[in-house]
Design a protein around this ligand. Structure first.
Ligand code: MN3
Length: 196
């Protein structure tokens, strides 16, 4: 059994003009596909063959090619679901209450999320996570993922340059503002929060 390259949950042009079809073609069709293809080569004939992607992410040595390709496969599938075309859905009342408890307001969360992601010096990811202390914003480097740190991801944005360079060049904050204003999938984040 091989790990599947998860399809986009919307057409490749659905996030335009905020993220172009061209970016999605490279990012989903090339970058994400390559992580999954490399992962399948690495697990072939090993004890990981047949394991779920989550189990491989949990078990792989860090850092290692196995961890990097497994975590990037998982992180990207989570990222596609962290965005939604069309109107921004609101957080559920439960998630909104938690956001207000941790950040004061949704607007304050949005500005802190953009600031954290703008300041993420690595090629990495910025996450809204839930743990025993409530909600927080965390940055991870390279392929690292909150799954390996006992935290439940609710929402993520990819801040590797390949996520935005074709559309925004070096203007990472413009990409991040588009993410929080037009793309963030609060329905997905709310479902993740409800399951936490
Ligand atoms: Mn990426």
């Amino acid at each position: 059994m091989t790990i599947e390259h998860s399809p986009l949950p919307y057409p490749a042009d659905a996030l335009a003009p905020h993220i172009s079809e061209r970016t999605m073609g490279f990012h989903h069709g090339k970058h994400h596909a390559t992580y999954v293809a490399n992962l399948n080569k690495l697990i072939a004939g090993t004890a990981h063959e047949g394991a779920s992607l989550e189990d491989i992410v949990a078990a792989a040595d860090m850092p290692s090619p196995l961890f990097n390709n497994a975590a990037q496969s998982w992180n990207h599938a989570f990222y596609w679901n962290s965005m939604s075309p069309g109107a921004l859905e609101a957080p559920s009342s439960d998630l909104l209450a938690a956001l207000e408890a941790s950040f004061g307001s949704l607007d304050e969360f949005n500005s802190r999320f953009v600031a954290a992601a703008t300041g993420n010096f690595a090629s990495g990811w910025t996450w809204l996570v839930s743990d025993a202390d409530g909600l927080s914003i965390v940055n991870t480097d390279d392929a690292d993922t909150p799954l390996r740190h006992g935290r439940r991801p609710l929402l993520t944005v990819d801040v590797w340059e390949h996520a935005y360079y074709l559309d925004y060049q070096n203007a990472r904050p413009a990409y991040l503002n588009a993410f929080v204003e037009h793309l963030a999938n609060w329905e997905f984040a709310s479902a993740n929060f409800a399951a936490s």
